[in-house]
Design a protein around this ligand. Structure first.
Ligand SMILES: CC(C)(COP(=O)(O)OP(=O)(O)OC[C@H]1O[C@@H](n2cnc3c(N)ncnc32)[C@H](O)[C@@H]1OP(=O)(O)O)[C@@H](O)C(=O)NCCC(=O)NCCS
Length: 250
């Protein structure tokens, strides 16, 4: 969901959220691992959040030996948008683009839908629970107010303009669109609103001339993978997320 292009870098957003020196890394080989550990020691990093392609078991095993703890597994699915038609929207729930001021209701929906979510933050018992929840709400709000975070946010509303769900969308390189963060208010779940947001996202990307749409989630998030399978998405790759605490108290 949120890969840094360089091997390792300090994460200001995590440091601000949790009040501890945090770095993020993408470890694709053993050299990346060694570089990252040195970076963390040189920069007095307390928490390292590292991702690794699930296919690189050699890197995984080196991390395990060094006391890194597995926090989640991310699966990615993709779908070509041009080869097969996008299913028509038959729901009476309305979908529209974000408007100024919507971020207040989006924040409320995100807070309730992501409370106690099963991502890598919540899997780490040393991180404050409330701050973990806030990671998702602030991400949703930032997506609404900053084009640096998301290119569009689609909103599902009832007939009184109450926001029932949201989808944050990003335009990647090479005519690829990515559905990043989706949430549906607990009282509106199970009515197909997520399915609807997905088809609207596919349509939006097609209008932006994207050929392919990418989505990702924790491997245990069965609800969204069921919807993706029905919409013709196929698995393409996976990453593990590890946390390493450098104070020796795992
Ligand atoms: C995941 C989420 C977006 C689904 O929204 P929704 O509007 O309820 O989804 P839909 O109604 O389109 O249905 C999804 C399908 O998954 C099923 N489902 C819902 N929750 C499920 C669960 N916990 N386990 C298994 N299947 C589940 C639904 O029953 C439906 O399948 P069905 O048609 O066979 O009944 C919503 O539960 C949510 O906001 N969760 C928290 C945040 C999250 O996981 N976001 C997605 C990752 S960014």
């Amino acid at each position: 969901m949120d890969h840094s292009p360089s091997v390792v870098s300090l994460s200001a957003v995590d440091e601000q959220r949790f009040g501890i020196r945090t770095a993020r890394a993408m470890l694709k080989d053993i050299g990346n691992f060694q570089e990252t550990v040195k970076f963390c020691r040189d920069n007095e990093v307390l928490l390292l959040i590292s991702r690794c392609p699930a296919s690189r078991l050699d890197v995984v095993q080196v991390m395990e030996s060094a006391g890194f703890l597995l926090m989640d597994t991310l699966v990615y699915y993709a779908r070509n948008l041009t080869k097969t038609p996008i299913p028509a929207n038959t729901s009476d729930v309305a979908i529209r683009g974000i408007r100024a001021g919507d971020e207040i209701q989006v924040q409320a929906v995100a807070a309730r839908s992501f409370k106690g979510y099963f991502g890598h933050y919540h899997a780490d018992s040393r991180l404050n629970r409330t701050r973990c929840d806030e990671a998702y709400t602030s991400w949703a709000v930032n997506s609404c107010v900053s084009r640096d975070v998301a290119d569009e946010v689609l909103i599902a509303t009832d007939d009184r303009e109450n926001i029932l769900g949201f989808a944050t969308l990003r335009l990647n390189r090479d005519r690829e669109g990515e559905g990043v963060l989706f949430g549906v208010a607990p009282e509106a779940q199970g009515r197909g609103i997520y399915h609807l947001l997905m088809t609207a996202a596919m349509q939006w990307f097609l209008e932006k001339k994207c050929e392919c749409m990418l989505v990702s989630t924790q491997i245990t998030n069965i609800a969204v993978q069921k919807v993706w399978s029905r919409l013709g998405f196929e698995p393409c790759h996976a990453y593990y997320t590890f946390h390493k605490w450098f104070d020796g108290r795992d």
